[in-house]
Design a protein around this ligand. Structure first.
Ligand code: UDP
Length: 315
């Protein structure tokens, strides 16, 4: 029997990929988004699909839906630093009021499972490396990233209070840097920036000296982990890291993108490092392996080649 699944943030990068995967699996999907950073064009191919419906709604406001929903994926929130810093108060409200409204909605549906997308940003500028889920982080809670970091931390806190108070079946994942098709080419994230710049023969903009590290996972690996986490029948609520421990410096990433787009005429330029930009980030995924039998499979070159092919089609 197919399930009816609510995806908030469904027109964004991860939401769009997830919805296409769920539809392919035979599920029915109700997509909720206000298209603040998402794009309706991402789901245009599903417009006439009877298993798909779209509701234009801002989750900072209470949600009512006529369909009976079986599961929720709560992905709604601007996620790239320039996007979430543009209106930090809205970002915070989307994380905190948004998760509150979704938790209340879940109660009206008979306490259905909610997969909530938290983030590696809850670790801030980490003093533990790689980051394990029991590390409590090092966030500058009054800095320019805190609307997102603290918003996501408050959301985790609220989810656990609902879990303890109402036994809401919560599932919290902490997503590390992810890339792939349907990324917004201009949302300012490093992978999309470098690929778009290289394809357009523009300088690749490294912020700082490029020695900061990130660990990039391809979207399909993340989707596998999300679906496993949501459908896990144990009482495991997380939080669980989902990321690829394959860590590299931003400079190495720039050089890899240039290697994979050999006809690019782009050079590298160095720009000011934004405030509070984390120096290192790498997930410890032992818990995901143990509890979900999950680990990423797609190598960086393979994922980047697919992503480059996508950007070539849309630019
Ligand atoms: N970055 C960069 N050039 C860009 C965009 C980002 O050097 O054009 C750096 C950014 O300063 C950070 C890393 O790449 O150190 C990852 O940035 P992104 O915005 O993708 O995600 P974050 O992990 O910071 O949320």
């Amino acid at each position: 029997m197919s399930k009816t699944i609510l995806v908030t943030g469904g027109t964004g990068f991860i939401g769009t990929n997830l919805i296409h995967r769920l539809i392919d699996l035979g599920e029915k999907v109700v997509c909720v988004d206000n298209n603040y950073t998402g794009a309706l064009s991402n789901i245009k191919d599903l417009e006439s699909n009877p298993n798909f419906s779209f509701i234009n709604h801002d989750i900072t406001k209470p949600l009512t839906i006529e369909n009976k929903i079986d599961q929720i994926y709560n992905l709604a929130c601007p996620a790239s630093p320039p996007a979430y810093q543009k209106d930090p108060i809205f970002t915070w409200k989307t994380s905190v009021f948004g998760v509150y409204n979704i938790l209340e909605f879940a109660k009206t549906q008979g306490n259905i499972p909610i997969l909530h997308s938290s983030t590696s940003e809850v670790y801030g500028e980490p003093l533990v490396h790689p980051q394990t889920e029991n590390y409590r982080g090092n966030v500058n809670f009054i800095g320019i990233r805190s609307c997102y970091d603290e918003g996501k931390r408050a959301a985790e806190s609220l989810l656990f209070d609902y879990h303890r108070t109402f036994q809401t079946p919560i599932r919290i994942i902490r997503i590390f840097n992810t890339y792939g098709p349907y990324m917004d080419p201009y949302d300012g994230r490093v992978v999309s920036n470098f690929i778009v710049q290289a394809l357009m023969n523009l300088p690749l903009t490294i912020y700082g000296d490029g020695s900061q590290t990130r660990s990039f996972q391809y979207i399909d690996d993340l989707l596998d982990g999300m679906i496993k986490m949501t459908n896990n029948q144990s009482s495991f609520a997380g939080p669980v890291n989902l990321g690829n421990p394959n860590e590299f410096t931003i400079k190495e990433l720039a050089n890899l993108v240039l290697k994979l787009i050999p006809d690019s005429k782009s050079q590298i330029v160095f720009k000011k490092l934004p405030d509070d930009d984390p120096t290192h980030r790498c997930p410890d995924i032992a818990l995901a392996k143990e509890k979900l039998g999950w680990e990423p499979k797609i190598k960086p070159e393979e994922g980047l080649i697919k992503t480059i092919a996508y950007f070539k089609t849309i630019l």
